[in-house]
Write a protein that binds this ligand. Structure first.
Ligand SMILES: [Zn+2]
Length: 279
């Protein structure tokens, strides 16, 4: 028999953590947990995740209809329900706006892979959804293509959503992703982002399978191992175009002159020397 109160307490704890990490300003973010085939506990609308108490948690059915709780449920629970419907093994969903991952969502920049071992093992490639107005059914549908192949996605111009077998795990994927995005942005500021060689990434994916964490979607789909290889290429790398000269002025070489121009300059210099000598 599931202890509903304990689950509510755990939802509040995760809420306090996402608020403390700066992943959810004001009343941002929402968290849910599936307690039975047709019942889901979720956070209320218009409330800071930093102040949640078990009594604030709502209960909805799988259509999103509220069936318990003194506060009104979050409108974004429809997104959570879509995830639960697609994978019956999933129990918990965390949605918030962690700044570093959301920066990638706002810039429309794919999150690069082949950079940090933990991210390769725990997360793999991070999909990005298409943009939709938050809260409605169309918004919920944007997640559909990614639930089977990922644990966390970036919601375009919005934030992130992650899921798992427990609330703790669902939260972990968000925390790992935001820490990763922060490191990427810092490294890019230093100057360049180096990549792990593909054979070494393959070793990490072997470990992932050995740990029972499943087959990486890049292997299942025979996709390229390294996503967004252009991200953070250094200035020394000619592919960014920064190290190439696009004209004599950029390279520091003297510009090419015509014979007439050379003659004119030589004449001018000669005239000036003669003039100086006659003084
Ligand atoms: Zn949101």
């Amino acid at each position: 028999m599931i202890n509903e109160f304990k689950i509510k307490q755990e939802i509040c704890e995760i809420g306090h953590r996402i608020y403390a990490k700066g992943f959810a300003a004001a009343n941002d973010g929402n968290i849910s947990y599936r307690i039975s085939d047709n019942e889901v506990l979720c956070t209320p609308t218009q409330m800071s995740k930093g102040l949640l108490k078990p009594d604030d948690i709502c209960k909805v059915d799988m259509t999103g209809r509220q069936i318990a709780g003194r506060r009104k449920r979050t409108s974004e629970v429809l997104l959570h329900l879509e995830i639960y419907k697609l994978d019956p093994s999933l129990k918990a969903v965390v949605h918030c706006h962690p700044p570093h991952a959301t920066a990638f969502a706002v810039a429309g920049e794919p999150i690069p892979t082949c950079i940090l071992p933990e991210v390769e093992v725990f997360l793999g490639p991070i999909p990005q959804t298409t943009y939709e107005t938050p809260g409605g059914e169309a918004f919920a549908q944007t997640i559909k293509p990614h639930v089977k192949s990922a644990k966390v996605v970036v919601l375009r111009n919005h934030g992130t959503v992650s899921w798992g077998d427990t609330l703790e795990h669902a939260y972990w994927w968000t925390e790992i992703l935001d820490a990763y995005c922060r490191i990427l942005l810092l490294a890019k500021q230093i100057g360049r982002v180096d990549r792990i060689a593909v054979p070494k990434v393959e070793e990490l994916l072997d470990l992932k399978e050995k740990f029972g964490m499943g087959v990486d979607p890049r292997r299942l789909e025979s996709a390229d191992m390294c996503v967004n290889t252009e991200f953070g290429r250094g200035f020394a790398d000619s592919s960014c175009g920064c190290g190439k000269s696009d004209g004599a002025a950029a390279s520091g070489e003297a510009p090419a002159l015509s014979e007439e121009e050379i003659e004119r300059i030589v004449q001018e210099i000669t005239d000036r020397i003669m003039a100086a000598g006659s003084k």
